[in-house]
Design a protein around this ligand. Structure first.
Ligand SMILES: Cc1cc2nc3c(=O)[nH]c(=O)nc-3n(C[C@H](O)[C@H](O)[C@H](O)COP(=O)(O)O)c2cc1C
Length: 330
């Protein structure tokens, strides 16, 4: 089957089945499909082209496209590594297991720009010790970015030290709007400086700081300079945007998808202008089509990432973006 035919098949599946089911059914069904179907064995999902390779923190990625953080199931991460991405990010892990927030914790969000999501997932994860055992069995077909979250500098340092041996890069999530303690980091730049120094001391792996689109000035004036001063040279801009959402159990959550794309683009441009070549930038937020990925890279990003469009546009999107990148590499 061709790329276009498979893409149409997913659009039909989404239109006639997935989008008609309640989120609490559609999301587990999609994840079940991902685990079960050996899509990663089909070459149609990939494009191996050495011209697309980039480096991030000195690590070679076969292309600049990254699956953003959400999945922790290593069976899914393993499949995703064969679906065209140049790197795959695991979910943010905390020291202790967390049940996450009760259902409903993800709902669809419709905007004039296209379909998105609002989530208050609340870091549902198995905790550091159990996750280390899972990661030890995950081969890296492409680089793996492991991700840490926490409530104190000490917790971040412990989680980073525990995860780093299993990842090629390590992301610090200081920006998810779904738990007050993580979201609050952006309001505490002095404590963040301590956090950055503490995590830098426990690993030599390249570190990424993932920032919130809700704190643009703080990111530019305090957080990125503190990261650079501590030896953290990569910023992921960024996470979801906090909004009120009465359908969610927490009555608020993080908006993702195309409604936040223009802010992502603007943030990438501003960061590149302000910090120049000393900073590597991952553009995340609302990329759901090849032209948006190209625009993010043209705005100054070294790599670009998405999660929501993996669900709303399907697993062929990565291949379509890679085709667009290859077409202009000629
Ligand atoms: C259900 C859900 C769970 C997420 N979990 C995490 C997480 O654990 N850690 C993190 O850094 N970002 C998490 N994110 C944010 C995404 O990685 C991404 O930064 C954000 O959704 C914006 O990109 P997008 O518009 O392409 O989805 C999550 C997003 C969604 C929708």
């Amino acid at each position: 089957m061709t790329v276009a035919a498979l893409d149409r098949a997913y659009a039909a599946l989404d239109r006639f089945l997935l989008s008609r089911l309640p989120e609490r059914v559609a999301i587990p069904m999609g994840q079940w499909g991902l685990r079960l179907l050996p899509l990663d064995r089909l070459p149609v999902f990939r494009r191996d082209d050495p011209r697309l390779a980039v480096t991030l923190g000195g690590v070679r990625l076969p292309n600049p496209l990254i699956l953003s953080s959400q999945y922790y199931d290593t069976a899914i991460l393993r499949r995703a590594m064969g679906l065209g991405f140049g790197a795959v990010t695991a979910k943010s892990i905390t020291r202790n297991p967390r049940p996450g927030h009760p259902q409903p914790n993800v709902v669809r969000a419709w905007s004039p720009e296209g379909p998105g999501l609002v989530n208050c997932n609340g870091f549902h994860n198995p905790g550091l010790a159990a996750y280390r055992r899972d990661l030890a069995r995950l081969p890296h077909r492409v680089p793996l970015i492991v991700a840490a979250a926490g409530e104190s500098a000490e917790e971040y340092a412990e989680v980073v030290a525990g995860l780093a041996p299993f990842g090629d890069l390590v992301e610090l999530n200081i920006s998810s709007p779904n738990t007050k303690l993580v979201y609050e980091w952006s309001r505490k730049p002095a404590e963040l400086e301590r956090l950055f120094r503490a995590v830098r001391a426990v690993t030599d792996k390249p570190l990424i700081v993932k920032v919130s689109p809700d704190f643009r000035e703080m990111n530019e004036d305090a957080i990125v300079p503190a990261a650079l001063a501590a030896g953290i040279g990569i910023v992921n801009a960024g996470n979801t945007r906090r909004i009120d959402e009465p359908r969610l159990s927490q009555k608020a959550g993080g908006l993702s998808g195309p409604a936040i794309f223009s802010a992502t683009l603007d943030n990438v441009r501003r960061l590149r202008t302000r910090f120049g070549a000393q900073l590597e930038i991952i553009a995340t937020g609302g990329i759901d089509a090849p032209d948006k990925a190209l625009a993010a890279l043209d705005a100054g990003a070294n790599a670009c990432a998405y999660f929501t469009a993996f669900v709303t546009r399907g697993p062929l999107l990565a291949r379509r973006i890679l085709d667009a990148l290859a077409a202009r590499a000629r």
